[in-house]
Design a protein around this ligand. Structure first.
Ligand code: SF4
Ligand code: SF4
Length: 218
């Protein structure tokens, strides 16, 4: 069932904490013309839920719908029916209270285990070439992790399709890590767990605070 505007409002309200205690734009903006990479739509094009864009456009003039053409036209084929591309006015005009779910959760995605149970969040590893935070050892804010976990749990209560979609992303991630024989670092409310990719009993989970090494919806 598609997410409603009230549902989106509830989810947005759960996400307030920044991803790090410092401005992580200082990691990427200096080498990117002064623009944080994830706030440059030419590099990271925001994907919003249709109801989310409608809600944010009702609240503010920050966002407008974007139809990919030219170099990013291929993205249209990858978009789901519930999604819409959108661009904001740019980082110099950001309105924190009107950021999207994608803004507030980047560069993380939810991780669900073999049984489709939500466990925590993982870096969006396919963005590692763009976001230096993913391959850094900088501490991720525990409050950010807690809020993202709360948001995704609520999201999956509200929308079974989203659960199924991200369960598929998590399967893909297990295949990628499994090929390399690596465990997956998953950020949970109780620290970072190194989860095995196979269902069989693997190495015991490890907790080491909120540090870890590093799929957007597309
Ligand atoms: S999340 Fe990544 S891409 Fe975005 S500002 Fe921080 S370091 Fe840069
Ligand atoms: S709304 Fe703000 S955080 Fe989101 S992409 Fe635009 S400038 Fe970046």
């Amino acid at each position: 069932m598609a997410l409603s505007r009230p549902a989106i409002a509830e989810l947005l309200a759960l996400l307030q904490a920044p991803v790090t205690a410092f401005d992580c734009g200082t990691l990427c903006a200096p080498g990117n013309g002064g623009v944080p990479v994830c706030c440059n739509s030419a590099q990271v094009l925001p994907v919003l839920y249709k109801a989310e864009l409608a809600l944010l456009q009702k609240r503010s003039k920050l966002w407008r719908k974007h139809v990919p053409t030219g170099a990013d036209a291929h993205l249209r084929d990858q978009a789901r029916g519930c999604d819409v591309f959108a661009v904001c006015k740019g980082h110099q005009h950001c309105e924190r209270e009107h950021r999207s779910l994608a803004c507030r959760t980047f560069p993380f995605e939810p991780y669900l285990d073999h049984d489709g149970v939500f466990v925590g969040i993982v870096f969006a590893f396919d963005q590692a070439h763009l976001c230096p935070l993913i391959t850094s050892e900088h501490a991720i804010s525990p409050q950010f992790v807690q809020q993202c976990c709360a948001m995704w749990r609520r999201m999956f209560e509200l929308d079974a399709d989203e659960r199924a979609f991200y369960a598929g992303c998590s399967r893909t991630l297990r295949r990628q890590f499994g090929r390399r024989g690596e465990s997956i670092p998953v950020f949970t409310e109780h620290g970072v767990r190194a989860l095995p990719t196979a269902r069989r009993r693997g190495p015991r989970s490890q907790t080491d605070g909120t540090r870890a090494r590093a799929c957007t919806k597309l």
